[in-house]
Design a protein around this ligand. Structure first.
Ligand SMILES: [Zn+2]
Length: 192
């Protein structure tokens, strides 16, 4: 028992000593991305589709602005084309009003339709989903919803979460970024 206690105490001490360097580190280049994702050949002109729910919940400006922001990054081959139908689209945008599990989510699928839970495979499709009910229930402002949309689309580029207090759209939470930040831009330039 005493031994266990000592182990716990030393683990706590170690965590306290180690945590600051971990917490404050930006994830750069390959560290900013999952290993799985779309091929670069898809990202350079991704076929997309907007479900009617995007307009009916009032998210059209944010999805359009998020696409334009990423497509406008210099020295990164990122682009979009609206194919206007679900079946042909590689990136599909939706707004749902569903429970309180998440504010937004990006679900990627492999070519056989399997959800790539661990983000390690090549993707054929991705669903970018914003949850209006969660955002209503958690008092998201318009700006918070704009940031959430940019964040979820960022996941479709395989960007993983950045850790607070890094300045990045890939941080989680009620934040007010309406554009990709310099760290996000340099990471995307590195990858694409
Ligand atoms: Zn996220």
């Amino acid at each position: 028992m005493k031994k266990i206690k000592q182990v716990v105490i030393s683990f706590v001490l170690m965590t306290i000593l180690v945590l600051p360097t971990v917490v404050y580190a930006d994830y750069e280049d390959e560290h900013a991305f999952w290993t799985g994702g779309f091929p670069a050949s898809v990202i350079k002109l991704a076929d997309y589709y907007e479900d009617p729910s995007v307009a009916s919940f009032g998210y059209s400006y944010w999805t359009a602005n998020a696409r334009a922001d990423y497509a406008g990054i210099s020295n990164a081959n990122i682009g979009f084309t609206n194919v206007g139908n679900y079946a042909d689209a590689e990136i599909r945008f939706f707004v749902v009003s569903y429970g309180d599990d998440y504010g937004g989510i990006m679900n990627p699928y492999t070519s056989n339709g399997t959800l790539d839970v661990f983000m390690t495979n090549t993707w054929a499709k991705a669903h970018v989903i914003m949850n209006d009910k969660f955002m209503d229930d958690n008092n998201f402002t318009s700006t918070n919803r704009h940031k959430t949309t940019i964040h979820e689309l960022g996941h479709a580029f395989s960007m993983r979460h950045q850790v607070s207090p890094t300045i990045s759209v890939m941080r989680q939470g009620l934040l007010n970024y309406t554009d990709p930040q310099p760290l996000d831009i340099s990471n995307l330039q590195w990858k694409y």
